[in-house]
Write a protein that binds this ligand. Structure first.
Ligand code: 13P
Length: 251
């Protein structure tokens, strides 16, 4: 069956010391026991990964929030997938809407990032989602279709097994405005059908699709209840260990 995953995207928050304390608090809570089949992943800033790896148990996953398109070389300021793996992470978020909109990352670049991540044995957490204008125009499905078709192009079925998808409607990120359970289910179902069309039924059935956007302890259960929602990618609420763990326990 599909993995249920709750991942915390810390974005550009916390010092190294604060990040260690947050990770330790999450670990302490998680060690009390997790709901059956639920995994948690922390995505701190790059600078925190190696240190956090030392203070969390192996059952908690670690992710970077981005990686370079290239493997190594003269790319000042970039961090490669190989470096991330060597720091102890198993995942990398690619195509977050903040990377797409603020840093103008293109579908082609994201496709390269997904491929270099897989090559370096990282599981990509590939983000997609429409903005408010696209939702109001009613073109949200087309936008997500294009992001997935281009960003996840030319991946073998074997490699695709490593991919996790996060549907994050941009209008719900950090706004306090969550997609309704019905809106989330509709898009997750659309994405699963698209995976079936592009990669076949087995991949569609196996791929975890997470919801992201103002997910909090008070609304997580009704979102996770949907048949095609396999967990969440949590921003703001992941910065408080108790809130993050309350979300992880809402299944
Ligand atoms: P918020 O949970 O703060 O809305 O952020 C969602 C997000 O962007 C996770 O990647």
């Amino acid at each position: 069956m599909r993995r249920k995953i709750v991942a915390g995207n810390w974005k550009m928050n916390t010092t190294v010391q604060e990040g260690l304390e947050l990770a330790e608090a999450v670990a302490k809570n998680a060690e009390k026991g997790m709901p059956e089949g639920v995994s948690i992943i922390l995505a701190p800033p790059f600078t925190h990964i190696a240190g956090i790896k030392e203070v969390i148990p192996d059952f908690i996953g670690l992710a970077a929030q981005n990686c370079a398109t290239e493997e190594s070389g003269a790319f000042t300021g970039e961090v490669s997938a190989g470096m991330i793996a060597s720091a102890g992470a198993q995942y990398v978020i690619t195509g977050h809407s903040e990377r797409r909109s603020i840093y103008r990352e293109t579908d082609l670049e994201l496709n390269k990032k997904v491929k270099t991540a897989i090559k370096n044995k990282l599981s990509p957490v590939f983000c997609c989602g429409e903005n408010l204008d696209e939702r109001q125009k009613g073109i949200h499905s087309e936008v997500v279709r294009k992001q997935i078709e281009k960003g996840l192009a030319d991946i073998t079925k074997d490699d695709f097994q490593k991919i996790i998808i996060a549907y994050e409607p941009v209008w719900a990120i950090g706004t306090g405005k969550t997609a309704t359970p019905g809106q989330a289910q509709e898009m997750h179902h659309f994405i699963r059908n698209l995976l079936k069309e592009l990669y076949g039924e087995k991949i569609a059935d196996q791929t975890s699709i997470l919801y992201g956007g103002s997910c909090k302890p008070s609304n997580a259960a009704e979102i996770f209840e949907n048949i095609d929602v396999d967990g969440g990618l949590i921003g703001g609420a992941s910065l408080k260990a108790d809130d993050f763990m309350a979300i992880a326990r809402s299944f």
